[in-house]
Design a protein around this ligand. Structure first.
Ligand SMILES: [Zn+2]
Length: 214
């Protein structure tokens, strides 16, 4: 996924103050049907101490303040100076977040957690009691699921398991031939694991497939 950077200059809602993030705080924009771009615009122009690091909708992730810089997402200075803050867009007043937006939010949170080695994710609600993000304040069970998706170990994630080493230049032609003819097949996650050792049964199975080639 791609992160679009549209950074806010130093101004009332961006103190340009460095921080070492220890976690992430999630918000909802509270303005149904508005896009990430529209909310990014709002933060570029607002004349109050309100800001976040990212705004996400079902099409875009926009970074308006770098993740290692303070933002003003809550009224609590302790959290603002230690947590990366993310606004989630939503289609209606219930505050429910679409699957496409959630997918981006989960991906973003996981990559930020990995990058900064932080493993805490909070709702704005957990910090100040504000009913934000509304859907996850009124649906505690879904919040627990979302939190688990964000904090689960990378090894359990099939998306990471697919991060498979590509063939070396000298082996490319052979690998392509073997895959094309069904001799070399991926494991249950589709990974070819090209640099890993082969057992005797795997070797003989590949020979068998080659013998039976049409
Ligand atoms: Zn909030």
């Amino acid at each position: 996924m791609e992160i679009i950077k549209r950074h806010i200059q130093k101004r009332i809602n961006n103190p340009c103050e460095a921080m070492s993030p220890v976690g992430i705080i999630l918000h909802y924009v509270g303005n149904p049907g508005t896009s990430a771009a529209a909310n990014a615009n709002y933060f570029h122009n607002v004349n109050q101490r309100v800001s976040v690091n990212y705004v996400v909708d079902d099409r875009e992730i926009i970074e308006i303040i770098p993740p290692d810089m303070k933002s003003y997402g809550t009224s609590d200075g302790y959290y603002n100076g230690r947590y990366i803050q993310i606004e989630m867009c939503h289609p209606d007043a219930s505050g429910r977040i679409t699957d496409a937006t959630l997918e981006r939010v989960v991906w973003l949170c996981r990559s930020l957690s990995a990058r900064f080695g932080c493993a805490d994710v909070l709702r704005h609600y957990d910090v100040t009691g504000k009913r934000c993000p509304l859907w996850y304040v009124s649906h505690e069970d879904e919040w627990q699921v979302l939190k688990a998706r964000i904090l689960s170990k990378a090894a359990d994630d099939p998306a990471d398991a697919k991060k498979d080493a590509p063939p070396s230049d000298w082996a490319r032609e052979a690998v392509s031939w073997a895959v094309e003819h069904g001799i070399l097949r991926g494991d249950e996650n589709g990974a070819l694991r090209l640099r890993e050792a082969v057992t005797r049964e795997e070797a003989v199975t590949m020979m068998w497939r080659m013998r039976n080639m049409g």
